[in-house]
Design a protein around this ligand. Structure first.
Ligand code: ATP
Ligand code: MG
Length: 551
């Protein structure tokens, strides 16, 4: 199912050459928000590589920035990864290595490869130079080792205020790679940390912490996204000069980017904080919690991620490609029932007597193990408002209108005879007649109906709320506009309608509602009024290469 990718080749060669006995991979999120579909690429790939080559997969929280991180996000991320079914062999926190990181930084200090620098953050930036100009050496660069040891110890002990000084690596201020121009290793930050509380007032920078975390855990193949390619020399420099016993290898791959979707925790956070969406798990977001709430099966995420493989380049993927995998999975797993989202009442004027059961309709037409349920018919029914046209239709109209006859799915042909309107001129009730001889399955062939529509018998239908979603961002708006100006005002619509009664609706349960799409039960549902989120519509124009047509 997976497109074989270059990292598999690297791992296979490393196993063959005896460089490694088995791979150790990790997913290293920073707990500063919730995970999204892009992260799923990194999670699934790291997880599967470890699994397929009998290795180990670590979940490691890269929690080195007390200002943005929170235990709440740790829990949320664990829940999302578990939901994906990517079970981790070990759970680690980078903050558990703070002591070792400090000692490794001290190794650099003692070797004269790191120094305490009193320049302000602005001055450090101003003296870094740029791509065409070398940087200039800090006046503190040649501090003696003993002085650096004393100052670094004092930094740790809390002798200085935030920003008073930093520990920097002593590499090369003229390096063509800006990341090698004496990067900062430790900063002073008097803040409480979600894990270590007030034990530390200095915190390691990402570029220093990350390779050490990998090396401490014995990670063999450290996968990261392409923007870290320029950081690989500094990654290797720290592993080497901190004298880490194990040497991980950083390998970059392309980010998964979904066109016209809000990704990046920073941007999602903006929407959450501005109240544009109802929290991190709003079904319009492609956060994993949002996808879960919407009702997307995790299997669809796996298939999608695996089909894309691990490209070395970054490119946008259309959300419709993802939706096709969602349909594929739900096609096989979701029972099919009827729901009328935007109901219009129909009265069958020539129907006498009680409600009848017209047939036992299967829950899935390709899979009889789903079983069947009774379909009711009676004098009062609901159809979709959009299935009746009060005006004279043209020849392309294949649904109900005055004088036209349609088949009610699983039941009879009905003909519209007249209709009522309310004070606003909206159609209120359509009066129809039915023909007893046309019962579904009766073999009646004398007339051809003007299309087939679904319906619900009114007394047995259950009221329900339906949420339909569109893209949160309007794909037709210019990408250069700020996010607020690109939002689609119709991204969420709620309908009050009806669904078949007699079927239990538990949170997360998925259904195909005939002609309306795939839906799942939202957690807000109550027993007498379920709420459904549309996961995906039934059809799209997108064709994945080599996929079979569904029925
Ligand atoms: P964001 O910008 O959304 O906050 P991030 O890269 O800052 O993402 P981290 O928590 O640092 O988030 O990322 C954890 C891991 O997920 C990293 O190894 C990163 O490379 C990977 N990752 C993040 N975004 C994507 C993406 N769009 N596609 C694939 N992998 C990703
Ligand atoms: Mg980040």
């Amino acid at each position: 199912m997976e497109n074989k990718h270059f990292i598999r080749t690297i791992i296979e060669n490393d196993l063959k050459s005896g460089k490694h006995e088995r791979p150790i991979t990790r997913f290293p999120p920073e707990p500063n928000g919730f995970l999204h579909l892009g992260h799923a690429r990194a999670i699934i790939m790291n997880h599967n590589l470890a699994k397929d080559y009998r290795g180990t997969f670590n979940l490691r929280f890269d929690d080195t920035n007390p200002l943005t991180e929170d235990a709440l996000f740790v829990e949320g991320m664990k829940e999302d990864i578990a939901w994906l079914g990517c079970h981790w062999d070990n759970l680690f926190f980078a903050s558990d290595y703070f002591e070792e990181m400090y000692e490794r930084a001290m190794v650099l200090v003692k070797k004269g490869k790191a120094y305490v620098c009193d320049l302000s953050a602005e001055d450090i930036k101003a003296t870094r130079g740029d791509l065409t100009t070398p940087g200039t050496d800090s006046p503190y660069r040649d501090r003696r080792v003993e002085e650096n040891i004393r100052l670094f110890e004092a930094m740790r002990a809390g002798a200085f205020e935030d920003g008073a000084c930093v520990l920097r690596a002593k590499i090369d201020m003229a390096s063509p790679n800006m990341n090698m121009r004496d990067p900062v290793i430790y900063r002073i930050q008097h803040s409480s940390h979600h894990n270590t509380k007030d034990a530390w007032c200095i915190y390691p920078m990402y570029d220093f912490a990350h390779p050490l975390e990998d090396a401490i855990e014995g990670i063999t193949h450290s996968l990261c996204t392409l923007e870290f390619e320029d950081h690989r020399p500094i990654y290797d420099w720290y592993v080497e000069h901190c004298e880490m016993p194990k040497v991980p290898r950083q390998i970059e791959f392309g980010k998964l980017i979904i066109a016209h979707q809000v990704t990046g925790k920073r941007f999602i956070r903006q929407l959450v904080e501005a109240g544009v969406v109802d929290g991190w798990d709003d079904p319009r977001l492609i956060t994993l919690s949002g996808l879960r709430r919407r009702g997307v099966p995790p299997e669809a995420i796996h298939r999608f991620v695996q089909a894309l493989g691990l490209p070395k380049t970054e490119g946008e993927t259309d959300v419709e490609m993802f939706n096709e995998y969602v349909r594929d999975v739900m096609h096989a797993t979701a029972p099919r029932i009827h729901a009328v989202l935007d109901p219009l009442k129909v009265v069958i004027t020539n129907y006498e007597g009680d409600v009848e059961t017209v047939m036992n309709a299967p829950f899935h037409k390709d899979d009889e193990t789903f079983g069947a349920r009774p379909v009711h018919f009676g004098r009062e029914l609901y159809i979709e408002r959009s299935d009746f046209l009060p005006d004279k239709p043209d020849k392309h109209w294949k649904r109900l209108s005055l004088g036209l006859e349609v088949r009610l799915m699983h039941a009879y042909f009905i003909r519209a005879e007249s209709f009522d309107t309310d004070d606003r001129g909206q159609v209120e009730t359509v009066y129809c007649t039915y023909d007893k001889r046309t019962k579904s399955g009766s073999g009646f062939k004398e007339r051809k109906p003007n299309g087939t529509i679904h319906f619900l018998e009114a007394t047995s239908a259950k009221t329900a709320t339906f949420h339909l979603f569109e893209n949160l961002v309007d794909p037709d708006k210019d990408d250069s506009l700020p996010l607020e100006a690109r939002l689609n005002p119709h991204s969420k619509q709620a309908f009050s309608g009806f669904v078949e009664a007699g079927v239990p609706f538990e949170e997360g349960d998925a259904f195909q509602f005939t002609r309306n799409g795939y839906f799942a039960v939202d957690r807000d549902a109550s027993e007498d009024r379920p709420v459904f989120n549309r996961v995906v519509a039934l059809k799209s124009s997108f064709k994945a290469p080599g996929r079979k047509k569904r029925t």
